[in-house]
Design a protein around this ligand. Structure first.
Ligand code: C2E
Ligand code: MG
Ligand code: MG
Length: 763
């Protein structure tokens, strides 16, 4: 749009009368207007096509087209309709004026005109026009601004809607995440006093997810109305603790608790609960967020794990760990009440291994369960019965008034254990041995008490099983000694500190040398010669007897073979080797013997193995199988120390035993004591009845030899002939025996622990 003030206004004068055109144009020109002239309507309209004037002075009366029509045409054209048209006419008539305004004119000048009037009117119209244009411009600007503002608002609206949408989506996402949680999320407003719960207050639930309905077993809507519903369900036993802990929330800002709830359907669940306060910038509490998870399964697993860690899987009884804990508690109690007495009993079954090995582990397990139940029936509910493992049970008796109470209980337990029981159609008597220790010293530890009860149990076992023993200091000293021997023995095995002695055995009917018994000796670096009676039991308990026994067998076989080669004229020399119970139970024994026989080149028939009656009975069916295998190798078998153990005669009859060795204790007394004599006689008769021969052990006098000869005893060994001799001494004697056909004992060649070391000149 033109700015009228800054540009020279253009005026178009339309008149058919040339003089008018001239006068007017001249006058206006002088006033600085840019003047155009048209002699008629057509010409005027034509010029408007190219140039747009700021004002038109239009004559009404014109020959080919009057001013009204010209004005109407101008008004009809949108390009020109805004140009103000001022009519000029001599017709000073009101109707003409009305018409002039009707067709769109803005003013009317009557001819003949005064130039000044024309100028005033023109200027007036131009200023109106300018004002009009400015208004239009303003309007346009305004409109533009409104448009812009509207667009802005629309944009804001869109953005706002989008933001709201995004917020809604993120809330939905959060909601679906929270609802998918296993944990309850329970947000409430913070009550004025955070610690006061359960009382009517203004607390409101702000958020509660679906997990709550699952855990509490109530509809979500119901829970949302009760900000403290979770507390209503807390188990009565946990309630005080929970209320106290929650009361600390205001002070601590967050608390954690574990507790049980009892739901309306009576189900008990374990929950883990964390409460945390959210604060406004000014420090006031605005919200409490509770996260609550159901840990019932986890708690159950933990409880099971705790139980399993403290109980024996087979019998369900407390295990060693729990038992030791209970003793510890008893000791602590005892420190506060020194007058109170308690006792620890250690029970070991006497023939469990036999049952387990011969009837199988299934029966063995069943037996242990039954024994556990039986023992339990003898106890009070406050007593603790535990299974330490294997066939070892222990009992802690608290609140003991008198020692006799414990002894009476031990007797009841032994009677219970000795009572036959039937398992899978088999009637069994296992029996047991019990060690008892009292807390009388006052400064014992659980480990010491259990160890002492164990020591006492060993004593009971060694005294013949099926009995109890009460721990005392002597036992302890003996145990220490045993431990010392054990550690020394280990070294001895490593350092090969053993050697063999040989005690000759004679055929007392013919006077011929029959063979030897190999007897082990331990040359201890400090103690000198140690008797096998002192270390063989320890070697058996520790299992060291296996390597030791192997060495004895190898050394004995090697030695006999050497002598056979060295003294070929002495026929049929035999060598007896003692076997321990542990060796009989060793599944590799046969292979070991085969190996040793093969490497020494000794014939099996020259080897005689000595085992005791109780070893045979203890190892049961296994041993009869082993003995048959030995017989297949022509190896001979003796029952050592016969008469001191217990034998089942029918069993003995079935076994491939060649010889019974009458125990030294009977031979020793046989010439003074009728009973001993009778026993020796009976054993000899029994042996002969069963097709066995007899060796009398420990023969020391000629009178004994005579008596034995009268009883048709075949063989004898003892100090009467010779003590156990060292290899070199035997060789010297064998040389003489080969040369003279007679055993001539040399000087005292004993290598017995009862006698001090041999000096080299004795050899
Ligand atoms: P045992 O097999 O009954 O051996 C006989 C024991 O009686 C030997 O004691 C021997 O020295 C002793 N003795 C022999 N004649 C007489 C006598 O006239 N009077 C007296 N008072 N004693 C006599 P030792 O050598 O002390 O052996 C004791 C036990 O140690 C043996 O009794 C045997 O059971 C065991 N033993 C010895 N060597 C071995 C071995 O290599 N392996 C195993 N497993 N046990 C062995
Ligand atoms: Mg023997
Ligand atoms: Mg013997």
């Amino acid at each position: 749009m033109n700015n009228v003030s800054s540009i020279i206004p253009k005026i178009l004068i339309v008149d058919d009368f040339i003089d008018n055109l001239r006068v007017l144009s001249q006058a206006l020109d002088e006033q600085g207007f840019d003047v155009r002239c048209a002699k008629g309507g057509a010409m005027a309209l034509n010029s408007l096509q190219t140039t747009k004037p700021d004002l038109i002075l239009l004559d009404i009366k014109m020959p080919e087209m009057n001013g009204y029509e010209v004005c109407q045409r101008i008004q009809a054209d949108t390009q020109t309709q805004s140009i103000p048209v001022v009519f000029m006419s001599a017709l000073d008539d009101a109707l003409d004026k009305v018409k002039a305004f009707e067709v769109g004119g803005v003013d009317y000048i009557t001819k003949p005109f005064q130039i000044d009037e024309v100028l005033v009117r023109i200027r007036h119209q131009l200023s109106l026009q300018t004002a009009h244009q400015e208004i239009q411009h303003l309007n346009a600007t305004l409109e533009h601004q409104v448009e812009q503002r509207t667009a802005l608002l629309q944009m804001e609206m869109v953005e706002r809607t989008q933001a709201e949408q995004r917020l809604k989506e993120s809330e939905q996402r959060l909601d679906s995440i929270l609802n998918a949680l296993e944990e309850v999320v329970w947000s409430t407003t913070a009550p004025a006093a955070v610690s006061v719960i359960g009382e009517p207050d203004q607390t409101k639930v702000l958020y509660l997810n679906k997990a709550a309905a699952r855990i509490y077993g109530r509809p979500l809507a119901e829970l949302k109305r009760q900000p403290h519903y979770w507390l209503n369900l807390v188990h009565p036993q946990d309630r005080n603790r929970v209320v106290q802990e929650y009361a600390r929330l205001a002070q601590k800002g967050s608390v954690r608790m574990r507790y049980r709830i009892v739901r309306l359907d009576s189900e008990i669940r374990w929950l883990k609960h964390r409460s945390q306060i959210s604060y406004a910038p000014d420090g006031t509490a605005i919200r409490i967020d509770n996260t609550i998870s159901d840990i019932t399964v986890q708690q159950r697993i933990e409880a099971q794990l705790r139980h399993d860690a403290l109980h024996d899987g087979l019998t369900g009884l407390p295990n060693r760990t729990l038992f030791m804990e209970r003793i510890d508690q008893a000791i602590k109690h005892n420190q506060r009440h020194p007058e109170d007495l308690f006792a620890v009993l250690f029970i070991d079954l006497d023939r469990f291994k036999l049952v387990n090995d011969s009837l199988g582990h299934g029966v063995g397990d069943h037996l242990l369960i039954t024994i556990g139940q039986r023992l339990q029936t003898c106890l009070r509910s406050a007593d603790t019965l535990a299974r330490l493992g294997g066939d070892e049970f222990t009992i802690l008796l608290e609140d003991v008034q008198e020692m006799t109470e414990v002894i009476q209980l031990a007797e009841r337990l032994l009677a219970e254990l000795a009572h036959p029981l039937t398992l899978q159609g088999q009637t069994l008597v296992v029996g047991g041995s019990i060690g008892i220790v009292f807390n009388t010293s006052g400064h014992d530890t659980a480990t010491m008490l259990l160890r002492d009860a164990d020591i006492a149990m060993y004593r009971a076992k060694n005294q013949g099983k099926g009995r109890y023993a009460i721990f005392d200091q002597v036992m302890y000293d003996q145990t220490l000694k045993r431990l010392e021997i054990e550690s020394d023995l280990r070294q001895a095995v490593e350092q090969s500190a053993f050697f063999l002695c040989y005690q000759p055995i004679f055929n007392i009917q013919s006077g011929q040398l029959y063979g030897f018994e190999a007897l082990i000796r331990w040359q201890h670096p400090q103690k000198g010669l140690v008797s096998p009676a002192d270390f063989i039991p320890t070697a058996e308990e520790t299992g060291l007897i296996i390597p030791i026994g192997k060495w004895v067998l190898r050394e004995a076989c090697r030695q006999l073979r050497t002598w056979q080669v060295q003294f070929p004229e002495i026929p049929d020399l035999k060598l007896s080797v003692n076997l321990s119970g542990k060796q009989i139970q060793d599944p590799t024994l046969l292979t070991t013997i085969d190996q040793i026989l093969a490497e020494s080149g000794l014939d099996g028939s020259c080897l005689r193995l000595e085992i005791t009656e109780s070893m045979l009975m203890d190892s049961g069916e296994d041993s009869s199988h082993l003995l048959l295998q030995l017989r297949d190798r022509s190896i001979l078998l003796s029952i050592d120390d016969f008469g001191t153990g217990y034998s089942c005669l029918s069993y003995l009859r079935r076994l491939p035993v060649n010889t019974l060795k009458v125990d030294r204790s009977f031979v020793d007394q046989m010439t003074q004591d009728v009973e001993s004599y009778e026993i020796v006689r009976t054993v000899i008769t029994l042996a002969h009845t069963l097709g066995m021969t007899v060796v009398a052990e420990g023969v020391e006098t000629a009178a004994q030899i005579e008596a034995l000869q009268d009883l048709d005893c075949e063989f004898a060994q003892g100090y009467f002939f010779a003590k156990p001799l060292q290899q070199q001494v035997v060789e010297a004697a064998l040389e003489r025996y080969q040369a003279q056909g007679q055993w001539i004992p040399g000087p005292v060649q004993c290598v017995s622990p009862a006698v001090t070391h041999l000096s080299s000149n004795q050899l």
